[in-house]
Design a protein around this ligand. Structure first.
Ligand SMILES: NC(=O)c1ccc[n+]([C@@H]2O[C@H](COP(=O)([O-])OP(=O)(O)OC[C@H]3O[C@@H](n4cnc5c(N)ncnc54)[C@H](O)[C@@H]3O)[C@@H](O)[C@H]2O)c1
Length: 435
């Protein structure tokens, strides 16, 4: 059993990007704290964990099994290129009803964004005034470190975690300046255009000792230079791209097809959404980043090289259309062409009328609490047990990522069991059938 430092003191949850996801998360936690709603969708708040044999009937709540920070001890802050406070931004996002937001107006209005590190070449469809200026990217990174430490001091927080909830940046391929920490730091000094704002946030969080989670598909925390920094500083990181609507469904249906050895000839996924995220993704550079994140899932789950007759030739297409009337209420359609016994074709159609930020908000909460736990346990580097929450889970380059939702859940729960000295659940339990 690993010793776990108790969650004493308050935890600062700092988010680059106070948009739809972040404000739905903050307002949601505030509503739960006031007894106005339940934390539905949050594993840390509502989930139980089975311990020992089924006959033992031990099923504590996860939050009672591992020492997580109570919701009362969370303080929220963040950065945005717009000056809107959290209440105004939540009203603008049009995810939550005014009847829920208005009674919490004072608390939400008090959360004002710090000035952002922003580069319009990475996010093209939006612009704002609340942006830091500095002679080099190193200066900007130092300013962010200062923001994190200052926020903790001002709000009496013992620790901080940083969860990226900002827009999706344009696709950035891995370059030599991302390889080593020394080359990354030199690139900060030289204002290298290949250093994206999200990389600067991640660098600063790790430097300030705060775990970092990447909620968008941006390539940033997974560059070797930042993995090296997280190991050197002993700080955990995880990402990328919160696994919410369509990909959540995909990582449930695809393992089912493979489990039953059913073939796949095509998977066409399309979405309409009308929030600011949709507007940013309307830019081909940002869409490319999202597309790479969404496409990788099927190949990894289905292993076409291992099963060429079943998965060697499927056509996988993903579309996202910006359609303003829908706001945050995304609609996703999937047409799945499969084949079974003797090659006979069949189809599955999925029409998911989901709410993006309602699905993402509890993920922000869980990730923040688990990353704080990881920090207190002394875990650092990539946290693969957080794969459950992400579309493109960070993983050791020597192995393939795990995408199957239920394997990811088993991995997460077994990690918690391991931390508390409980045996992992293998589902062998041969003694029952032998009895
Ligand atoms: N909602 C979901 O289901 C879901 C799932 C996976 C990933 N995501 C990702 O989460 C992110 C947030 O989504 P959203 O719906 O809240 O978007 P949003 O557009 O409502 O909010 C993003 C905010 O980030 C701000 N921003 C952009 N660049 C910034 C920077 N450099 N520093 C600080 N702030 C910056 C924008 O001004 C905006 O207010 C997006 O990248 C989205 O792709 C969302």
């Amino acid at each position: 059993m690993r010793p776990i430092a108790p969650p004493d003191g308050k935890l600062a949850v700092l988010m680059p990007g106070l948009g739809a996801v972040a404000t739905t998360f903050v307002a949601g936690v505030e509503a739960v704290r006031r007894g106005m709603a339940l934390p539905i969708g949050s594993l840390t708040q509502m989930g139980h964990i089975r311990l020992g044999k089924r006959t033992e009937k031990r099923q504590p709540l996860i939050r009672e099994f591992v020492p997580l920070v109570p919701l009362a001890d969370l303080e929220f802050g963040g950065w945005d290129i717009y000056r809107d406070d959290c209440y105004t931004a939540a009203v603008h996002a049009r995810v939550l009803e005014r009847s829920l937001l208005d009674p919490m107006k004072d608390a939400l209005s008090a959360i004002r964004p710090m000035s952002a590190v922003f580069d319009p070449t990475y996010i093209r469809r939006i612009s704002g005034e609340n942006v830091k200026r500095g002679p080099t990217k190193r200066h900007l990174a130092e300013a962010l470190v200062e923001d994190i430490l200052e926020f903790q001091k001002e709000h009496g927080c013992a620790r901080a975690v940083v969860v990226w909830c900002a827009s999706t940046e344009t696709y950035q391929a891995l370059a030599p300046c991302h390889e080593r920490l020394s080359s990354f730091e030199a690139a900060l000094d030289e204002n290298d255009p290949r250093i994206a704002p999200s990389m600067i946030y991640a660098y600063s969080a790790l430097k300030a000792g705060a775990p970092f989670a990447m909620g968008a598909p941006n390539v940033s925390v997974d560059i070797p230079a930042l993995v090296e920094l997280s190991q050197r500083e002993g700080v955990p990181l995880c990402g990328r791209d919160f696994k919410t609507g369509q990909t959540l469904i995909k990582t449930v249906i695809a393992p089912m097809l493979k489990a039953r050895m059913l073939g796949l000839s095509g998977w066409f996924s399309t979405n309409i959404l009308g929030n600011r995220d949709g507007e940013v993704l309307d830019d081909p550079g940002s869409f490319r980043t999202k597309e790479v994140s969404k496409l990788s899932v099927l190949d990894t789950i289905l292993q076409p090289e291992q099963y060429p007759e079943l998965y060697g030739h499927f056509d996988h297409q993903v579309r996202i259309n910006y359609y303003p009337p829908r706001g945050d209420n995304k609609e996703g359609w999937d047409n799945i062409d499969i084949f079974g016994w003797l090659g006979y074709p069949m189809q599955i159609k999925v029409n998911f009328l989901c709410r993006d930020s309602i699905l993402a908000a509890p993920i922000v909460l869980d990730v923040a609490l688990f990353m704080d736990l990881a920090r207190r346990v002394g875990m650092f580097g990539i946290q693969e047990w957080m794969s459950f929450y992400f579309k493109s889970p960070l993983h050791d380059p020597a192995v393939l990522p795990e995408h199957d939702l239920f394997i990811q859940l088993t991995k997460l729960k077994n990690t918690l069991r391991h931390l508390r000295g409980e045996a992992p659940i293998t589902h062998l339990e041969q003694e029952y059938s032998a009895a």
